[in-house]
Design a protein around this ligand. Structure first.
Ligand code: PEP
Ligand code: MG
Length: 591
């Protein structure tokens, strides 16, 4: 749309993850100091700690080289040379030797040893009255926080107080726990250097209906506090110093959007039914009780995924059974008779709980998370399952287990559910004895074992955010490989089909609650593959509904037959997009 270069604007291009346009003052969030865990390490594992240090140094080096490359492309070689000092810190032999010694002498973990060394080193540099060395202390701080982040497998945390006036937030990263706390009033929009469409921060932004752009590479280093910017959550742009012409053009786009949204709003109380009569349950994904209004406003038929993790984060201890019961019950009562599907705790990956002191893992997405965690942390699981069973007295509650990889986990979880029913019965506490329990299908092994799983639960919900990441081995958070994250990859299409077919053979229904469901371009494909329910971000329900109402199952099935035979993900996407556009051209006329 705008032609920025001619207008003295600076344009940063990223990935559009949450729709909307905003314009205002920028606040750049900077990193806060990190709290570093220290623990004793047995003699035999000290070498592994030294290797972790080496690995973190290597990763940091690659990251800095990448930043340097980008800076030299975007600015010039002189600006990029400031990172030479950062690289020198990494190559300093004293650093490696001293930290290795500390690990071995004190028998401690790599991050604790590294932190001790870095603090001393920086203090020494700062104490010398020499501007050059003081500057090196600043470089050192930059590099050490990166090394620590890499060692601890964590994403950076921020330091600033929340904004007191409406502004656009810019940060290297905003973890989901921070997005969850953003004030809607004072956050016009946000943009981050890292991230992807399926990162939980992006999902959260859509739920909060805050315009957002991610994957801006190193924009947070180039945009300054107080800059005036326009953030385009449709096109994935941040435009610093937008010209009058750009503001005018965006004004027109906003008007077009608003009038389309008004039209879509008229569908609020109509069902999601195709032209040839197939009814699809169209529900919403939510993260907190506060999203309830959006579910109603956008006309979703209940909740297809309640991510309960957000009840557990940003607090000192896990919520009690009673506290959870109140939340689940309120939600169910408010949405009756529509169903509310509560997913049991799925922490891990990009969702961390500080009070649970989780171990730092090399591969958190493949680690001790979700159902694996709950099956061991019985008290937490028990409180949650009992709370859900009790809320079930509203008669519209269902529960689902995340990250089921095979029969064993599903059977164990179901056995615990029965045990807690028995407890409640003995305690004379009302609950729903027939509460439906479903399995999320988000690991390829679960899709492949879907027949057996389907005999042990009452429904499936495809978690395609993870299913795609695990079947294609593409980290869903990594913007560098975002182009490989392909929802219409033939392998993914087949796994979806296998899952839906297995569900139907067993006489149960199959839904989908991954972000794929929120993309109208994919709606024809998903219908054709046989899904009975789609759960999307609340704000996207109207678009998906409008499209379903203009599609014929006959065409969708033909498309799915083509996709199941097709060798190219791009071709599958193009066909689905073409069918969607021809059925509802008005829906796609934008930016
Ligand atoms: C999914 O994996 O598709 C999903 C819905 O769960 P989450 O995004 O919370 O991992
Ligand atoms: Mg998932």
């Amino acid at each position: 749309m705008p032609d920025p270069q001619q207008r003295g604007e600076r344009v940063y291009k990223g990935i559009a993850v949450s729709a909307g346009i905003c314009h205002g003052k920028v606040m750049v969030l900077r990193r806060a100091p990190v709290e570093v865990p220290q623990y004793q390490v047995p003699e035999a594992e000290l070498l592994a700690q030294v290797q972790r240090l080496q690995q973190a140094l290597l990763e940091t080096r690659q990251q800095i080289l990448e930043v340097q490359r980008q800076v030299s492309q975007a600015l010039n070689a002189k600006d990029a040379s400031i990172f030479d000092a950062h690289l020198l810190v990494l190559e300093d032999p004293t650093l490696i030797e001293s930290v290795t010694q500390l690990i071995q002498q004190k028998k401690i973990n790599a991050e604790a040893a590294f932190h001790e060394f870095a603090e001393k080193y920086q203090a020494t540099l700062r104490a010398i009255n020499d501007p050059y060395l003081q500057e090196r202390a600043t470089d050192m701080r930059d590099v050490t926080s990166r090394i620590l982040d890499n060692l601890m497998g964590r994403r950076p945390q921020h330091d600033q107080p929340p904004p007191t006036e409406p502004c656009i937030l810019i940060a290297e990263d905003l973890p989901p726990s921070e997005v969850a706390l953003l004030s809607r009033k004072n956050t016009l929009g946000f943009a981050t250097d890292v991230g992807s469409r399926t990162s939980h921060s992006a999902i959260m932004a859509r739920s909060l209906e805050i315009p957002a752009v991610v994957g801006l590479q190193s924009a947070s280093q180039k945009i300054q506090n107080g800059d005036i910017a326009l953030l385009d959550g449709y096109g994935g742009l941040v435009i610093v110093n937008p010209s009058e012409q750009t503001l005018f053009e965006y004004g027109k786009l906003t008007q077009r959007r608003v009038s389309m949204e008004d039209k879509l709003h008229e569908l609020q109380f109509l069902p999601a039914v195709t032209l040839d009569g197939k009814e699809i349950v169209l529900s919403a994904n939510i993260e907190q009780l506060g999203d309830l209004e959006a579910v109603r406003f956008h006309g979703a038929e209940g909740v297809g995924l309640f991510r309960t993790e957000y009840l557990f984060i940003n607090r000192e201890s896990p919520p009690t059974e009673e506290e959870q019961f109140q939340v689940y019950r309120q939600l169910a009562a408010a949405l009756k008779p529509h169903p509310v599907i509560i997913r049991t705790l799925d922490l891990g990956g990009d969702k961390f709980l500080s009070h649970l002191k989780l171990p730092v893992e090399m591969n958190p997405f493949l680690g001790w998370r979700a159902i694996r965690f709950c099956l061991e942390e019985r008290e937490i699981f028990r409180a949650q399952l009992r709370a859900i069973l009790r809320a079930g007295t509203e008669q519209n509650v269902k529960l689902m287990y995340p990250m089921i990889s095979g029969l064993g986990e599903l059977e164990q979880a179901n056995a615990l559910l029965e045990e807690y029913k028995e407890e409640l019965r003995k305690e004379n506490i009302p609950f729903d004895p027939n509460l439906h329990a479903g399995a999320m299908i988000e690991i390829p092994s679960a899709a492949l074992a879907a027949d057996a799983l389907a005999r042990r639960c009452q429904f499936f919900s495809l978690g395609t955010n993870d299913l795609i990441q695990y079947s294609l081995a593409v980290d869903r958070l990594n913007e560098k490989i975002a182009h490989l994250y392909q929802p219409t990859h033939p392998a993914v299409v087949r796994l979806i089909k296998m899952t839906a077919d297995a569900a139907h053979r067993a006489g149960i229904w199959c839904g989908l609650c991954g972000e794929m469901g929120s993309d109208p371009a994919l709606t024809p494909l998903l219908l054709g593959l046989g899904l009975d329910e789609l759960s999307t971000a609340p704000s996207l329900v109207p678009q998906v509904k409008a499209l379903i109402r203009l599609l014929k199952m006959q065409d969708a099935r033909k498309l799915a037959d083509f996709a199941l035979d097709c060798e190219s993900g791009q071709e599958i996407l193009a066909r689905s997009q073409a069918l969607a556009r021809s059925a509802a051209p008005g829906l796609f006329a934008d930016a």
